[in-house]
Ligand binder design. Structure first.
Ligand code: ADP
Ligand code: LRH
Length: 485
C-alpha cells in the first residue's frame, strides 16, 4: 500500500518542531526532524516573537524532514499558538515583529471594547471566553499606532509563515475563531460586530478551511531546503489546539480532553456552541474545530507556571524535581490556575507564594513544594473545568484524554485522574503534529472522517492509562477552599 510523507510544522509557545508523519491506510508513524526553542524577546516597546528565528527554524526543519524521506514530501502543514499576528504593508512586507500575547499592551483595553459592545453581547456573538489577548483586544490596543495605520493585511502566525513559504495569503478558520471576530454559528466573520467596533475585516485575507490548498513551496524555499518540487502546503487546523483535539484518541463521544503544554485547554468536543450567560460567567470558550465541531473549553495557565519557576530557579533537572514533588505533601496549598494574574512572565515562585499567603494557606518554600503546589493546582483546575463543561453543555463523559507535552509528566496525569475521579488516557505527546499530519493525509485522499482518524490513532499510538486512586473528597474540599476566596 502507498505510504505518504507529510511534514507538520508545530509551533508552541515554548518550542517549535518539524515532524514527519508517514501515513498509510492502516499505519501512522511520527518522527521528529527538528526542534528549536521559541524564545520571546523583550525590546523597549514590549514583548515580541522572534518570527524570523522561527521561520529559519521552519526552513531548517523542512530540510531535515526532506532528508528523512529522500527529499520528497507529499505536503506540508503549519499550526501554531493562537491569536497573534503579523501586519504587512502595501508591498506585502512585514511591519515589525509580531507582538507576544503576554505583552502588557492589552491591560485595561477590554473596558473600552465593552463600552461599545457589552461583554454579554460580545459573548453571544462570538462565544469566546474573555482573555485580554484575544486578537480583538490586541487590535483595539493597537488602534492609534503608526504600524496599524500603515498595515494593509493582517496574517495570523501560521498564515504568515505559510505566506512566506508559498506567496499565498489566507486566514485559516480554526485559528480565526480565536480572534473573537468569528460567529461560531455561521463559521464566518461576525460582520456586524466588527463594524460596530471599527475593525476593518478587509485587513484579513479570505478564509480557508482545514484541508484547503494553500499554494506550493516557492522555488527559493525548494532550493534552500533541498526538497524536490512541487510540494503543496495544505491548510490544517492551524490553531495548535484544534490540531491537538483532532488527534485525541477517543473511541466514542463521552470524553473530555485536556491539551497540556504551556497552557492547559480543558473541555469537550461539541457539535454546536454553548452561548448562554452561565457559560460566559464560567469563562468557557467556543473555538472552532474540524468538520463542524466546536471546541468548548477553558484556558488554564498550564505548565507555564512550572516553566517560569524552573527558569527562575536556573533550570534544574525536571525529572529530579518532579520526583521530589511526588514525595511532597499533597494538596497543602492550591492557587487558582485559571487566574489571569499569572499571565505575565517573571517572579513566578514569588507570585505563587503570594497567592497562597493571601488565601491563608501554608506558603510553599522549596522548589519541590512549589512544584507540588503547581501540579495540585493544575489537577484541581482540570477537575473544575471537566465538571463545569459537562454541566454547562449537558454532555457527560466517562474518560479524560490528556494530550501534549504534559503527558510526559506522570505525576500531573495521575493527579488529574485523582482530581477528576475518572480514568485518564495519556497520549499522544505530539498530538498537535499528529492532527496536522492527519488533516493533510485526508486532504490527499488517505484517511477518513474524524472518527476514522481517531481509530488510526488508537491502533497506532502508545497510550498510558491512569486510574483514579480515590479520595475525591479531598479535591472537593480544596475546590471549596479556593472558591471561598
Ligand atoms: P508548547 O507546545 O505549548 O510549547 P509542549 O506541549 O511542548 O508545550 O509542552 C511543554 C511542557 O511539557 C514543558 O513545559 C514541560 O513541563 C513538559 N515536559 C516536557 N518534557 C518533559 C519531561 N521529560 N518530563 C516532564 N515534563 C516534560
Ligand atoms: C496553546 C494556545 C491556546 C491559546 C494560547 C494563546 O498553544 O494556542 O489554545 O489560547 O495558545
Amino acid at each position: 500500500a502507498t505510504v505518504k510523507s507529510y511534514a507538520a510544522v508545530d509551533l508552541g509557545a515554548s518550542s517549535g518542531r518539524v515532524m514527519v508523519g508517514r501515513v498509510g491506510p492502516d499505519s501512522l508513524e511520527l518522527a521528529e526532524a527538528h526542534r528549536f526553542p521559541n524564545r520571546p524577546v523583550r525590546v523597549p516597546e514590549g514583548l515580541r516573537w522572534d518570527v524570523l528565528g522561527l521561520y529559519a527554524g521552519v526552513l531548517d526543519g523542512l530540510k531535515a524532514a526532506g532528508a528523512h524521506c529522500g527529499g520528497r514530501l507529499d505536503s506540508v502543514g503549519i499550526d501554531s499558538w493562537a491569536v497573534d499576528y503579523g501586519l504587512l504593508d502595501e508591498d506585502g512586507a512585514l511591519l515589525g515583529n509580531p507582538v507576544h500575547y503576554r505583552d502588557s499592551r492589552t491591560e485595561g483595553v477590554a473596558d473600552k471594547v465593552w463600552a461599545t459592545v457589552p461583554a454579554a453581547e460580545l459573548y453571544a456573538a462570538t462565544g469566546l471566553q474573555y482573555a485580554p489577548f484575544n486578537t480583538l483586544y490586541q487590535l483595539t490596543a493597537a488602534r492609534s499606532t503608526a504600524q496599524l495605520a500603515r498595515a494593509r493585511r493582517l496574517l495570523l502566525m501560521p498564515d504568515l509563515l505559510t505566506y512566506w513559504l508559498t506567496g499565498e495569503q489566507g486566514t485559516e478558520l480554526t485559528n480565526a475563531s480565536t480572534t473573537q471576530l468569528i460567529d461560531p454559528r455561521t463559521r464566518d466573520w461576525a460582520y456586524g460586530l466588527a463594524s460596530r467596533l471599527g475593525i476593518d475585516l478587509n485587513l484579513f485575507a479570505p478564509l480557508r478551511r482545514p484541508g484547503d490548498p494553500s499554494g506550493l513551496l516557492r522555488a527559493g524555499v525548494l532550493e534552500e531546503t533541498g526538497l524536490a518540487g512541487p510540494v503543496p502546503v495544505t491548510a490544517v487546523g492551524s490553531h495548535d489546539t484544534a490540531s491537538a483535539v483532532a488527534a485525541v484518541p477517543a473511541s466514542g463521544e463521552r470524553f473530555a480532553y485536556i491539551c497540556t503544554g504551556t497552557w492547559s485547554l480543558a473541555g469537550l468536543e461539541l457539535d454546536a456552541p454553548v452561548l448562554t450567560e452561565e457559560s460566559r460567567a464560567a469563562n468557557f470558550t467556543n473555538e472552532l474545530g474540524l468538520d463542524g465541531t466546536v471546541r468548548y473549553l477553558r484556558n488554564i495557565m498550564g505548565l507555564w507556571l512550572l516553566q517560569e519557576c524552573v527558569r527562575a530557579w536556573g533550570d534544574p533537572d525536571l525529572g529530579a524535581l518532579l520526583l521530589e514533588a511526588s514525595r511532597a505533601p499533597a494538596l497543602r496549598s492550591v492557587v487558582d490556575a485559571g487566574d489571569a494574574a499569572f499571565l505575565a512572565p517573571g517572579r513566578m515562585p514569588e507570585r505563587i507564594a503570594e497567592a497562597c499567603r493571601l488565601s491563608g494557606q501554608p506558603v510553599p518554600e522549596s522548589p519541590a513544594e512549589v512544584t507540588r503546589c503547581i501540579l495540585d493546582s493544575l489537577a484541581l483546575a482540570h477537575r473544575t473545568a471537566v465538571q463545569d463543561a459537562q454541566r454547562l453543555a449537558g454532555h457527560a463523559v466517562d474518560v479524560v484524554h490528556v494530550v501534549g507535552g504534559g503527558t510526559r509528566n506522570a505525576l500531573l496525569c495521575q493527579l488529574t485522574a485523582d482530581a477528576c475521579g475518572l480514568p485518564v488516557v495519556a497520549g499522544p505527546t505530539e498530538a498537535a503534529a499528529l492532527g496536522n499530519v492527519l488533516v493533510q493525509a485526508r486532504a490527499h485522499g488517505l484517511a477518513g472522517d474524524l472518527a476514522g482518524m481517531r481509530r488510526l490513532l488508537v491502533n497506532t499510538q502508545p497510550l498510558t492509562r491512569y486510574e483514579p486512586r480515590g479520595g475525591t473528597e479531598r479535591w472537593h474540599s480544596a475546590q471549596a477552599r479556593l472558591a471561598g476566596h
